[in-house]
Design a protein around this ligand. Structure first.
Ligand SMILES: C[C@H](O)[C@H](O)[C@H]1CNC2=NC(N)=NC(=O)C2=N1
Length: 98
């Protein structure tokens, strides 16, 4: 199955169950990350943005002091696809940890 095909609800639920902090927001998945200050949060947004350019798949991002919310959905498919879950995992790796 193509990664750009809309995932079934149960597949999205499985992803959410296995990935802490991610939640469903309509036809998208989102997560808010915390940072000690604004510039660290901004640097994270830049790293996510560069990864998005590389993959040609772009998130909505909300940047605040010490906080970044990243929202993934596939506009072309009108919903959540395998590219979104792939990029959500990449986003977690960019934040840090395993
Ligand atoms: C032409 C280009 O590949 C497309 O418009 C890409 C760009 N980035 C994208 N990003 C996201 N999130 N969804 C898309 O459908 C999408 N489409």
């Amino acid at each position: 199955m193509s990664k750009r095909q809309k995932l079934e609800d149960d597949a999205v639920a499985t992803f959410l169950g296995a990935h802490a902090g991610w939640s469903r927001a309509g036809e998208a998945i989102q997560k808010t990350y915390k940072f000690p200050d604004f510039s660290t949060a901004l640097a994270f947004v830049v790293r996510v943005g560069l990864a998005a350019e590389k993959r040609d798949h772009h998130p909505d991002v909300h940047l605040g002091w010490g906080r970044v919310t990243v929202v993934w959905s596939t506009h072309d498919a009108g919903g959540i696809t395998g590219v979104d879950t792939e990029m959500a995992e990449a986003t977690d790796r960019l934040y840090g940890g395993p």
